[in-house]
Design a protein around this ligand. Sequence first.
Ligand code: PCA
Length: 324
Amino acid sequence: MKRIVVSTLAVLGMLFSASVVVAEKWDMPMAYSATNFHSQTGAEFASCVTDGTGGALEIVTHPGGSLFGGSDIKRAIQTGQTQIGERLLSAHQNENALFGFDSIPFLATSFEDAVALWEFAKPELSSLLDSQNLHLLYSVPWPPQGLYFKKEVNSVADMEGIKFRSYNTATARIAELAGMIPVQIEAAEISQAFATGVAEAMISSGSTGYDRKVWESLTHFYEVDAWLPRNYVMVNKDSWEGLDDGTRNIINGCASLAEYAGYWRAVHYTQFTMGELAKNGMFVGRAGDALTDELRGFGETMTTEWLESAGEAGQRIVDGFLAR
Ligand code: PCA
């Protein structure tokens, strides 16, 4: 009898340890609010992997910067504090100019352009990330970037001295060129920053204005279509290489679906969110010709500056895109 109990316990112990080894959980930090379309796409991606692997690999998303704040997500994945996560690609432009290929003013100004530009940029970015112990999984653009203010603005002169919320090097550079004061603030913090006057203006999409209810503090959204920055999902390279081929195939399949679904969400969200800004009392309309001309001048300056700092890989991306 004793022997039966002992061997039953041994078998149970083996089963238990086998299931512990097989089932793995990955935490996926994301910087933007749970209701944002990138976060919804990420949540669907996570359930696709969890279901597709029959629960052997469970991915759990943590939106709104709840697990790691936006500026800590990449480092957390690189160093293996977590295995997977999403971040704004151009947020790393201060590390390497190449990360800012998607924030060059007026280079790629429509969804179609953004897709074409990504085709040329993706191989360069994949190998850059690979050299940083990261595997690039998928990427989804934000809607076109426009300018938010709390007053009517018709020219760069009207922007003088305004505290301008920036989210990457390019947005801080625009502030400088326009005589504004750049203040780097994560999207998760902007409602408070605008409410308290820490920031008074920004360049972003209708989506972020809608997600953060900026009509509570700001009054004008000028459509500029300056660029369409991208979010991307990355995996720690050791975690990626530790998976078997079958699991990697499932993740790749789910990543393709997410890239497709995320792209179309962004497209549809563009008009919807601008409509919501207007419904909530904001002026929503195209920037005037004088302002647009001045911004295009900044675009030329910033294109030259970017090409100088992004080296041959940067030149290949721009040349490929312009010659397509
Ligand atoms: N929203 C993000 C990045 C680009 C966008 O449209 C933000 O403002 O932080």
